[in-house]
Design a protein around this ligand. Structure first.
Ligand code: 0A1
Ligand code: ZN
Length: 849
């Protein structure tokens, strides 16, 4: 087999597979460095094409034998795989190959983690296991036999027999190879059952290393809640007799939806009050739901090709967001999601890595598991639902499932289901899938004789490879308040379809105050000339929780950018408005916590850049701190009261109410620590009986350059707990005072527990440091050099994680010429390195432009 040189793949070149697979039978004889994989695959000609080229993908496979219809063959090696001459009609391919799971550090295909065998096949890992048409539009039922002395042997589907040293699994549902999974190890199960809507009992298991079994209960409850929710809200029932989840320590991503056998990064399964924070509990619940929901959106209906990734990911993220809204607070969830879009997705969409929700070309598909595909993809589903209404949405999704069950579909198929079910023409809406960049919406107002007119103008800035942009259809949820704060026009969805468009409201007694883009009704940047007084008015009176929060956010941002540029102290509109919000006991504590928490330094840099000012990382750091001190000084009594009163009483519970109270108490603590020398945080750390309270106290101390003792105590207590120690590395590097951050991080990199080959630990330390905005962007460029050295060290072993981490450089264009030069020099150093992976190579080329 020849190495495939990096090649650009284009959506426009899609061609159907010449051969389809009727059935796959695999036997695995597991051995750490020499696992044998025997395959028996029934191929049939694809009636949809006359092409009959027989090509199988494969990478790093040692072929021991290959047969077609029982006769030995010698396939021809071609880039990325092999070709062979085959009969005109159906035939059976058999091969025996050898692979080396213990030597597989890239964590794609079959690999080992802590003595257990596991697989990761999305997107193109199956070709590292055996020869196969490794593309998602080839779907087949799989039968798998595993031979090993290990006690637990798992694969997809239903159990089909087991004995001494072997087990067989049968998956009747046709699936693409990327959903294949195998796990073998010395594992223990946390078990439960679920009875589906039609009365079938499903055996549930969460498989973990011995010692972790008492940390699975929360994930199991989340799984059962997800299964019920999908039945109730989408009418989707589970379709196998068993559903297994396995926790793995070495994993490049969060989790994977393999049919009937989800594999999770252990950080997203294992949780107990003393080791996991509230945020981790919430994330676990969401990711368990996400992977489970893929059973219908991704597995039963899959993607025709990888350009359609958002078909499964955008929809599944949208579904997990709906689930979390139903399980917790819908308002808080919407603010969290919108905030993620506005920070991280807008950052991607406005930089050198911008790409459409459905990209049109790629070199390495692993580089496109992005926040744009996932989160902006989910926003597109939300907009569709807003445009067609709840009933239309449900009808369309039902039609999509009915039509495409068992198939590999496209965005065109998805939109066609909506068009047919609702009668709506979605041709303009489709542009959202192909046009990259965040539309900027400017607003002007007119008031005359009781008529109020809002005029919007949309403009999408150019993005790499896309200079001309067309107007998009934008659902704009708008409400109007009168000057005494009453709502005079409740939320109305205006549909903007042109570059410039006006909407009028008649019969108003006085000039209203508009509340625009309620509930973040479209992923756009709203640009409206307004005053701090009006923002404070909306913070006090808006009935839409997202816009109420956004008004507070805008006040905070204007205080922070002023502090970071000319050192101005925050004004009364912000400080008084914040005080009133904090004291308003009718408001959910979680909501108040969101209003109280300040934008990050990275977000401030983004806001300054968007306003045409070059961000100065040190000034931002100092300005943010000054604003924190001003808030704490102005509201010390209120904050102290909240810190004390909001602590939930009774045993720790990770539910939304208690977590919300703790988040408000801890947001107050972070501010108080700025002015009390750390006294309250030390007390809280010493008394804490759960991880949320300990971490909040430790973080507050580290942020003021204190907390050495607490950090040591935490380290000594938790050094045997890998997930808790990941957090320690991240906090230390992320919160060290800017001028010490690099030294601290370098010292941590020499810590015996810095297992850099484990992606979670690598991300905790290197990613933690890059999150330390002023530390990473130190003027001498040594922060950039440090990260570059580590990317180059990791790349030969684990290209996917190295490439993912390289995104810390995507914001280079924001900074001054000196810093830009230093970052670009690092990117060029990477680009010029011999034997660079396709993954990292593509990323740095795109960032260099
Ligand atoms: N489909 C998974 C995420 C995932 C993607 C790629 C992976 O390896 C390249 C692993 C997992 C999800 O959406 O959860
Ligand atoms: Zn997913």
């Amino acid at each position: 087999m020849k190495d495939a040189a990096p090649q650009t793949i284009h959506l426009a070149d899609y061609a159907p597979p010449p051969w389809l697979v009727e059935r796959v039978e695999l036997t695995f004889r597991l051995a750490p460095t020499a696992t044998r994989v025997l395959s028996r695959i029934r191929f049939v000609p694809n009636p949809a094409t006359s092409d009959r080229r027989f090509f199988l993908h494969g990478e790093g496979l040692k072929t021991l034998s290959a047969r077609i219809d029982g006769a030995e063959v010698t396939p021809r090696e071609v880039p990325g795989g092999i070709e062979a001459d085959v009969p005109d009609g159906a035939f059976t391919w058999e091969a025996e190959v050898e692979v080396d799971p213990a030597g597989n550090t890239a964590l794609e295909g079959l690999y080992m983690s802590n003595g257990m065998y596991c697989t990761q096949c999305e997107a193109e890992g199956f070709r590292k296991i055996t020869w196969y048409p490794d593309r998602p539009d080839v779907m087949a039922p799989f039968r798998v036999r595993i031979e090993s002395d290990l006690p637990v042997l798992l694969s997809n589907g239903n159990p089909a027999g087991s004995g001494d040293g072997w087990a067989e699994w049968d998956d009747p549902w046709p699936k693409p190879a990327y959903l294949f999974a195998l796990v073998a190890g010395d594992l223990v199960a946390h078990r439960d059952t679920f009875v589906t809507m039609s009365g079938r009992e499903v055996a549930l298991g969460i498989w973990v290393r011995a010692g972790d079994e008492d940390r699975c209960a929360f994930a199991m409850e989340a799984l059962k809640a997800s299964m019920r929710w999908d039945e109730e809200v989408y009418g989707r029932e589970y379709d196998l007799d068993v559903f297994n989840i396995v926790a793995v320590d070495d994993f490049n991503m969060g989790a994977m939806e393999n049919k009937g056998l989800n594999i999770f990064n252990s950080a997203l399964v294992l949780a107990s009050p003393d080791t996991a924070t509230d945020a981790t509990f919430e994330r676990i619940e969401a990711v368990i739901a996400h992977e489970y929901f893929h059973n219908w959106t991704g597995n039963r209906v899959t993607c025709r090709d990888w350009f359609q990734l958002c078909l499964k990911e955008g929809l599944t993220v949208y579904r997990d967001q709906q689930f979390t809204s139903d399980m917790r607070s819908a308002a808080v969830k919407r603010i969290e999601d919108a905030s993620l879009m506005r920070t991280r997705q807008f950052r991607e969409d406005g930089g050198p890595l911008a790409h459409p929700v459905r990209p049109e070309s790629f070199v390495e598909i692993n580089n496109f598991y992005t926040i744009t595909v996932y989160e902006k993809g989910a926003e597109l589903i939300g907009m569709l639902k807003r445009l067609v209404g709840d009933d239309g949405y449900r009808k369309a999704v039902d039609l999509y499932f009915q039509r495409h069950d068992g198939e590999a579909a496209t965005i065109e198929d998805w939109l066609a289901a909506f068009e047919e079910a609702t009668g709506r023409d979605l041709s303009q809406f489709k542009l959202w899938y192909s046009q990259a960049g965040t539309p900027r919406l400017t607003v002007s107002e007119q008031w005359e004789d009781g008529t109020y007119t809002l005029t919007f103008r949309q403009e999408t800035p150019p993005t790499p490879g896309q200079t001309d942009k067309q107007p998009l259809v934008i659902p704009l949820a708008v409400g109007l308040l009168n000057p005494n704060g009453d709502e005079v026009v409740p939320t109305t969805v205006l549909e903007m379809t042109k570059e410039e468009q006006s909407f009028t409201f008649d019969g108003l007694a006085s000039r209203p105050v508009p509340s625009i883009l309620r509930n973040f009704s479209a992923p756009v940047r709203l640009d409206r000339a307004t005053t701090d007084a009006e923002r404070a008015f909306l913070l006090a009176h808006d009935t839409d929780p997202y816009n109420k929060w956004d008004a507070g956010r805008a006040l905070a941002m204007s205080a922070l950018t002023a502090a970071a540029t000319d050192g101005t102290a925050p004004g009364a509109d912000y400080l008084d408005g914040l005080g009133r919000t904090l004291r308003d006991e009718t408001l959910d504590p979680a909501f108040r916590a969101l209003v109280l928490s300040l934008p990050s330094e990275d977000e401030i840099a983004q806001a300054l850049h968007a306003a045409g000012t070059t961000p100065d990382p040190d000034a931002i750091h100092a300005g943010r701190r000054a604003v924190q001190e001003a808030i704490a000084g102005a509201h010390e009594a209120t904050l102290a009261d909240l810190h004390e009163r909001m602590q939930p009483t009774g045993p720790y519970r990770p539910d939304a109410d208690d977590a919300g109270r703790r988040s408000l108490a801890n947001a107050a603590l972070a501010l108080l620590t700025r002015i009390d020398g750390g006294a309250r945080a030390r007390t809280q750390f010493a008394a804490a009986d759960n991880m949320t309270q300990s971490v909040a106290a430790l973080a507050a101390l580290l942020a003021i350059g204190a907390g050495e003792d607490q950090s040591q105590t935490y380290h000594d207590r938790w050094q045997g707990e890998r997930l808790v120690m990941d957090r320690w590395f991240g906090l230390r590097a992320g919160l060290a005072p800017a001028e010490q951050a690099l030294d601290t991080t370098q010292e941590l990199a020499r810590h015996p527990a810095f297992h850099w080959k484990t992606p979670n630990r690598f991300r905790a330390l290197v990613g933690g440091f890059a999150n330390n905005h002023a530390g990473f962007h130190r003027a001498d460029g040594r922060g950039y050099e440090f990260v570059t050295d580590w990317l180059l060290k990791l790349d030969p072993l684990n290209p996917q994680t190295a490439a993912g981490m390289s995104k810390v450089f995507e914001t280079w264009g924001r900074y001054d010429a000196e810093r830009q030069g230093k970052i670009r020099a690092c990117l060029r150093r990477i680009a010029g390195t011999d034997r660079l992976s396709r993954d990292l190579g593509e990323m740095v080329q795109r960032m260099l432009g």
